[in-house]
Design a protein around this ligand. Sequence first.
Ligand SMILES: [Fe+2]
Length: 215
Amino acid sequence: MTSQTRALQFVKSYLKILEDLGRSDGALAPFVDALRRVDETPGDNLTGVLDHPLMPLLEGALAAAKGPQELIETIIDLAGEGGFHQVYEGEGINATQADYMVEKQIVGPKGRLSNQKLGSGIFFLAPNFEYPMHNHAGLEIYYVHSGVMHVQNGVDAKPRRVGPGDYSVTPSNVPHALYIGDAPVVILYAWTGDMESPIYWWIEEEDGSWTKIVA
Ligand SMILES: [Fe+2]
């Protein structure tokens, strides 16, 4: 199977999951629409093996994934192609936190399939990590493939548990944070809508107020 065939297989499997889940949740419609429009235009397709402290945990996390067997195998094959990179290099987030997240884009400018309206791929987060509160104009869906996390949408909201097969949609500009459990988490993400606007990080002050800084 070629790399492009695998990427298209990912789109097909992921679309099927979001179509099924979307029958009872209209918030998934923008992601379903964008996935349906993915074509075969090649992107830059980052490759290469990332030398990163998180990468040795990936194989076990992928083996622990739950869901359709075809999707599990496609994700293992795509991960085996390499092309992971660190999500942040320290812009507005401290360098230690930046070390706890890597991703491989499958659809989008750095993916195998180019797209201007959608970014989608594999997002891998370290155990016991807190992805700090931030917001952005783009719409985001996190579908959990392996591991358990809690997602907080809104600074005063109660974090909600999201395990394999479950997902969280973050609407435009709602501040959100992720809390990873004892096992690393593999997320299949999609990102659409306004993808150009900046990310703002939210820092909680000692008096409980929040300061927002642009990345
Ligand atoms: Fe986000």
